[in-house]
Design a protein around this ligand. Structure first.
Ligand code: HEM
Length: 410
């Protein structure tokens, strides 16, 4: 669909050739807090400017996560069946967050640096045995899957299967990832499942096997720590664990894959970036710049808990409020040349990780490190990436990414 500046943000097809940046740009200019009609729903407020997103994200009393975090309308029953700590507000949210935070802290993740480096070297060396290949499949997809497995403590042999299921969950509107396209088929039988997806049934089943000890998990991994938590305040109940497991499989994989894919895509569009990375020391800033441009989870939703006036608009209690991080990340009031990769950009106040809110990404240190290290290992070994085809993009207004990109490497 051509982006004439007027694409429908509620329609997944509007995103099937990449993010409709012209549409977001027009909205930011003309009506940055605007009511958006929905094809299959009651409509929502689109928040498109960086400053407004930060204000709302920072006010969870008025803009709550506890009614759902994606655009889809849910009944209370559906919400309760599917919710994880990401769909709660403080103080409830804080208990699980505090339990998980140490395992994902900068310090904890720094211990994985040499493991990530070894995996990245092997992935890149294997890919470069050929000079032409799909760089998403052979490079971007591999590292996040392997690292998530190691951090969670899952057997290597199950990782590929888990990634297929994770893709089907989070890519629930893309026919390449699922036969059960959420906006085309009747998904009511799966309405109590994460992402209304049948893949969640398989992941629930797998999580059940973990709970029953039928799947061996590493004692030092996050899952084992969560299950053995003896905090009086927090013991994860089996159903909660299953939803939490689905959240991690969905959140920890595609997001980092699409950030790496965006890095590779940008290098292929402008090989001078490769020279700059080889000759200048931009390693501390480049990953964030590519993650800004990728903005893989394009939005998260909040729901107004009371009538409130915001930016001269009357938001009513119960209204859905969509924080379009992907739009805030290209706001020219904050970013000079917002559509250009400036790998030395510093500071880089992007909001791809939901910065500014209590739910800001737990995987931030892991994702940054993976993107940086794989870039280092790629750039060391090559001089040029030549695109052999146009990239293909996810069909989704929630998750954005380059799904495939055929390249020739020199
Ligand atoms: C570039 C990669 C990533 C991006 C862009 C990203 C993006 C985000 C965003 C925007 C949020 C905030 C959600 C909200 O405001 O409601 C979030 C939360 C979260 N992310 Fe990530 N994420 C990435 C990687 C990861 C990884 C690798 C993991 C785990 C291994 C992870 C786990 C989580 C979890 C558990 C939450 C919920 C935190 C909470 O509710 O307190 N993410 N992520």
């Amino acid at each position: 669909m051509k982006d004439d500046g007027y694409l429908d943000l509620s329609d997944h097809d509007s995103f099937s050739k990449g993010v409709p940046h012209n549409t977001f740009e027009r909205i930011r200019k003309e009506d940055p807090v605007c009511w958006t009609e929905e094809i299959n729903g009651r409509g929502f407020w689109s928040i498109t400017k960086h400053a407004d997103i930060l204000k709302i994200n920072n006010n969870n009393k008025v803009f709550s996560s506890a009614k759902g975090i994606r655009i889809e309308d849910q009944t209370e029953e559906e919400y309760l069946a599917r919710r994880t700590f990401q769909e709660t507000d403080p103080p409830e949210h804080r208990i699980t967050r505090m339990m998980l935070a140490p395992a994902f802290s900068q310090k904890a993740i720094s211990n994985f640096e040499s493991m990530i480096r070894d995996l990245a070297k092997k992935i890149v060396d294997d890919a470069l045995e050929n000079s032409e290949f799909d760089i998403v499949e052979k490079i971007a997809k591999q590292l996040p899957m392997m690292m998530l497995g190691r951090i969670l403590g899952l057997p290597d042999s199950d990782l590929e299967w888990l990634v297929v299921k994770g893709d089907a969950l989070i890519g629930n509107s893309d026919p390449e990832f699922t036969d059960h396209i959420v906006d085309k088929l009747d998904s009511s039988q799966y309405r109590f499942m994460p992402f209304r997806s049948p893949a969640a049934l398989d992941l629930y089943d797998y999580a059940e096997k973990i709970l029953n000890g039928e799947i061996p998990i590493d004692k030092n991994g996050v899952l084992s720590k969560v299950l053995s938590s003896n905090s009086a305040e927090k013991v994860m109940q089996p159903h909660e664990f299953k939803n939490f497991f689905c959240l991690l499989i969905a959140a920890g994989n595609d997001t980092t894959r699409y950030s790496i894919a965006m890095s590779m895509y940008q290098l292929s569009l402008n090989n001078k970036l490769i020279v700059d990375l080889k000759t200048n020391n931009y390693w501390s800033t480049c990953a964030d710049e590519f993650i800004r441009l990728a903005s893989p989870t394009m939005y998260f939703r909040r729901t107004a808990t009371c009538d409130v006036e915001f930016a001269n608009k009357k938001i009513k209690e119960g209204d859905k409020v969509i924080l379009w991080f992907v739009s805030g990340n290209r706001d020219k009031e904050v970013f000079i040349e917002p559509h250009t990769p400036i790998i030395s950009r510093s500071p880089n106040p992007h909001i791809s990780f939901g910065q500014g809110g209590v739910h800001f990404c737990l995987g931030i240190w892991l994702a940054r490190m993976e993107v940086r290290i794989i870039l280092e290992e790629v750039v060391k070994r090559i001089n040029k990436i030549e695109p052999l085809s146009e990239p293909t993009w996810t069909r989704s207004n929630f998750i954005c990414g380059v799904k495939s990109l055929k390249v020739r490497i020199n």
